[in-house]
Design a protein around this ligand. Structure first.
Ligand SMILES: NC(=O)c1ccc[n+]([C@@H]2O[C@H](COP(=O)([O-])OP(=O)(O)OC[C@H]3O[C@@H](n4cnc5c(N)ncnc54)[C@H](OP(=O)(O)O)[C@@H]3O)[C@@H](O)[C@H]2O)c1
Length: 265
């Protein structure tokens, strides 16, 4: 089957970006980049399931987002590390919302260890969430999309998929994100009949993930980023809506790098 094409691709461009009537799920959707993506999808008209593992006020965050945007927003607890858990929860979202049109596989963690020192637990902790977790999320989404005949999967990868960050040592994180980009490429080809699959690869985004690093690391990063500042998570909103919407119907297998020029010099 050819890649889905809207019956009239030439509608007004603002209509192409509308997600009215669509249902979405975002892993890691209650904080940082995932919350910005959830807000963006909701503002564009989609109902959104925000998935979390440890955040205590997920229900309140969902209620606030719902009242700000006027769409349905519900919080669901699921660890992406657990194949059964994430599969069950995504199936529940599809059944509660009536369909599942957009899934953002965004949950991720980072740690920093010299490669020669990784313990098995430290290595596996990163892979379990960032690569295996992304795959379990994708597989559950793909099965729902296949049954529906259509769906849209977006991964949050990273510039760490294509460069080696310094001064921090994070071979596991970088390898996991490179795996995510290649996974997206593979799935975009395998699932072309019923889904589009793309990545967003952010540079340095001001979230909890970056809040833990020493000042001298930040200074080093700023010296390497032409933009000379961190990115606010909200500056990624448009990219998630673009990929989730009919504004990008011929785009599949792509990796959109949003990095203030960090990967260029
Ligand atoms: N910040 C950056 O500079 C940057 C740059 C490039 C890529 N990224 C990627 O962007 C994504 C979001 O990161 P962020 O910066 O927004 O970090 P963050 O604020 O630390 O948020 C991470 C999110 O992942 C969720 N999560 C962690 N482990 C999970 C698990 N086992 N199961 C389900 N959810 C889990 C967390 O859920 P809880 O809220 O329930 O704990 C949280 O919502 C990650 O994939 C990260 O690698 C970040």
């Amino acid at each position: 089957m050819p890649l889905y094409k809207p019956s009239n691709p030439d509608v007004h461009v603002t209509s192409q970006f509308s997600l009215k009537g669509k249902n979405a799920a975002v892993t890691g959707g209650v904080r940082g980049i995932g919350l910005a993506a959830s807000k963006a999808l909701a503002e564009a008209g989609a109902n959104v399931a925000i998935l979390y593992t440890s955040t205590k006020d997920a229900e309140e965050i969902a209620a606030k987002l719902a009242s700000e945007t006027g769409v349905t927003v519900k919080a669901y607890k699921a660890s992406v590390e657990n194949k059964d858990e994430i599969t069950t929860v995504l199936n529940t979202v599809a059944s509660d919302f009536g369909s599942l049109d957009i899934v953002v596989a965004n949950a991720g963690i980072a740690s920093h260890h010299p490669a020669e020192d990784y313990t098995e637990d430290q290595w596996r902790a990163i892979m379990n969430v960032n690569l295996d977790g992304a795959f379990w999320t994708a597989q559950a989404a793909g099965n729902i999309f296949k049954k529906q005949g259509r769906g849209n999967l977006i991964f949050t990868a990273s510039v760490s998929a294509i460069l080696v960050n310094v001064p921090q040592k994070q071979a596991a994180y970088n390898a996991s994100k490179a795996g995510v980009v290649q996974l997206a490429r593979c799935l975009s080809v395998e699932w072309v009949d019923f889904a589009r699959v793309n990545c967003i690869s952010p540079g340095f985004i001001a979230t909890d993930m970056l809040a833990v690093h020493p000042q001298e690391w930040r200074e080093k990063w700023f010296s390497m980023i032409p933009a000379n500042r961190l990115c606010d998570p909200a500056e990624l909103k448009g990219a998630y809506v673009f990929l989730a919407s009919d504004a990008s119907t011929y785009m599949t297998g792509a990796n959109i790098v949003i990095d203030g020029g960090y990967t260029l010099p």
